[in-house]
Structure formats: C-alpha cells, structure tokens
Design a protein around this ligand. Structure first.
Ligand code: G3H
Ligand code: ZN
Length: 301
C-alpha cells in the first residue's frame, strides 16, 4: 500500500534501523525494488529524481507505483528526490506523491529555510511529508553538482525548527555517484546533529559501489576504473548514530549494467526485450535485498 514516508521513517528512527530509498526510472527498476522489499517484508521508499521524471513521465511513474504498491503487502512511499523547483514539487503533490524533497541546499541558509518552509506548509496541507537538506554533497549524478560543505549541527537544529520539515538530509562526507570522494564519514558530527534534531535524518550518496558488482560489469565490457563507494560498516555506523533513510541509486545502476552486459554477452540468441531485461532486473533485485538487509529493515511490517 502507498503511505506517507513520515510514518515509516519515524518508526525506523525509533527502532534504530533505516529505510532504503531507491531511485527508479522505469518499470524493471520499480519491480526490482518493490518485489525485493516485499520478499524481505520491509517498508520501502521509491524515489524519482527530476531527470527520472523527464525520462519516464510523472504520470507514468505515479501509475506504476500505485499499481505495484497496491498489490504489495508492504508500505511503500513515493518520494520526489532532489526537488529543485516549486512547480515540480506542486505537480508531484497533485499527482499523488506521498513525500517530496525540496533541495535548496545550494542557497544561503535563510533562503534555503524560507523556500523549505513554504514547501512544508504546502505539502502538509495535503498530508505529504517533506525532506529538506542542509549542507551540500560532492559528486554528481542526476542531482545538483557541488562543492561539499558539511552540515553544521546548530544550524541543523535551527533549520528544522524554522521549516517544520519531517526529515533532514545531512552532509557528513558522502558524495553522489560511482566515483565517490575518498572522504571519511564524520560520525561525530552526525551524532551531534542527532542530539539536537529530533526528526529522521537522511543519508544521500550512500551507495556501496560494491567491488563484486563493478568487477562483474567490467568482466562483460564496462569500463569503471576508480569506481568507489561507502563501506557497509560506514553505513551501519551511520544508522546506529541516527540515520533513518538511506538513498541508493548508483548501486542499482551498476547492478543493471552488470546484469544486462552479462546477458547480452552470453545469450547472443536472445532478442526479446523481456528476456534480456530479466537478468538486469534480477541483479537489481538482489542488490535491493542486500541493501535492505544492511539497513536492518527486514521483517518490520
Ligand atoms: O538522492 C539520491 C542518492 O543520494 C544517490 O546516492 O549515488 O550514492 O546512489 P548514490
Ligand atoms: Zn541525493
């Protein structure tokens, strides 16, 4: 069933586990996420970036999520990831998203807070939850590219009080994409933020960029030299220190690539798209389950 993300994130926050927020942009990715989460009886967040919306169409993404979550026996939230414009956010709310992110983190504090508050007021009227972001991540993907600037704990407290957001994305050293900056996560900072901020915290740029998946993709022709991500230990420590929402996009992209390349290389007689996509989908589903087990959200519904 389709739910508000506040419900599942608050529960995770209390239970000290995290909900996986997986980026989707087509049917197979969405099936992999919802089927994987269902098999582990885990709540899950399906999220779409603005460029995923450009690619697949907002109405199509909403319809697919409604249909797939309607028959699933787990709570699923549909979240707008890195919403940059008020127009897109309004459209998402009207179209049936149950959760939105307003990412004005490239703006000065006061402006970020003012825009975020405006979105929170608007979204809450429709029972839609809101994620804001303070601090910026390095790296680039579908999202904003930027200079990393870690979140200040005192400012995070002020930001949450001023805006009324339900969830806060913090910058503690992760970066977006498959070629992450070699940064140690600032867990001390995360703990300070968690002490001051009483709402669920989100970790972006959290993909593991696992060696085995990268190696598999490379074995079948991908060139991913210097691909690098967060260790499982870093993610577990972050969850223990207060993170309740862990974003994962790159790991699904890499899994898709590994599965698709393997299939095309080994099964040269295939020409039915459904058969070809099967291996990519199964590889992504394995990744979804691997991440959910890491986040500790199995058997929570
Ligand atoms: O908003 C999406 C995530 O922050 C993606 O992070 O590139 O590490 O998968 P990732
Ligand atoms: Zn992100």
């Amino acid at each position: 069933m389709l739910v508000n993300s506040r419900l599942i994130l608050n529960k995770a926050d209390k239970g000290r586990y995290a909900i996986g927020a997986f980026n989707v942009s087509n049917l197979e990715i969405m099936q992999a996420v919802i089927e994987g989460a269902s098999e582990l009886r885990s709540p899950v967040i399906v999220q779409t970036s603005e460029s995923a919306i450009k690619y697949a169409g907002m109405q199509n993404l909403v319809a697919m999520t409604r249909n797939l979550s309607g028959t699933a026996k787990i709570p699923v939230a549909l979240h707008l990831d890195h919403g940059k414009t008020i127009e897109t956010i309004k459209k998402a709310i009207e179209s049936g998203y149950t959760s939105v992110m307003i990412d004005a983190s490239d703006q000065p504090f006061e402006k970020n807070a003012a825009i975020t508050k405006r979105i929170a007021l608007l979204a809450h009227k429709k029972e839609v939850s809101v994620e804001g972001e303070l601090g910026t991540l390095g790296g680039k993907e579908d999202y904003v590219s930027g200079r990393a600037e870690l979140t200040d704990p005192g400012m995070a407290k002020e930001f949450v009080e001023k805006t009324g957001v339900d969830c806060l994305a913090v910058a503690i050293g992760t970066s977006h994409g498959a070629f992450k900056a070699a940064a140690r996560l600032d867990i001390k900072r995360l703990k300070k933020i968690k002490k001051l901020v009483k709402i669920p915290l989100a970790l972006h740029g959290a993909s593991g960029v696992y060696r085995d998946i990268v190696a598999k993709a490379e074995k079948y022709g991908a060139k991913l030299e210097s691909a690098k991500g967060n260790s499982d230990t870093e993610i577990q420590v972050s969850i223990a220190a207060g993170v309740s929402k862990v974003n994962t996009d790159t790991d699904l992209r890499l899994s898709f690539t590994a599965g698709l390349r393997k299939c095309l290389k080994e099964k040269t007689n295939l020409f039915d798209p459904r058969e070809i996509m099967k291996e990519a989908k199964n590889e992504m589903k394995r990744m979804v389950k691997r991440r959910i087990i890491l986040f500790g959200s199995s058997n929570k519904c």
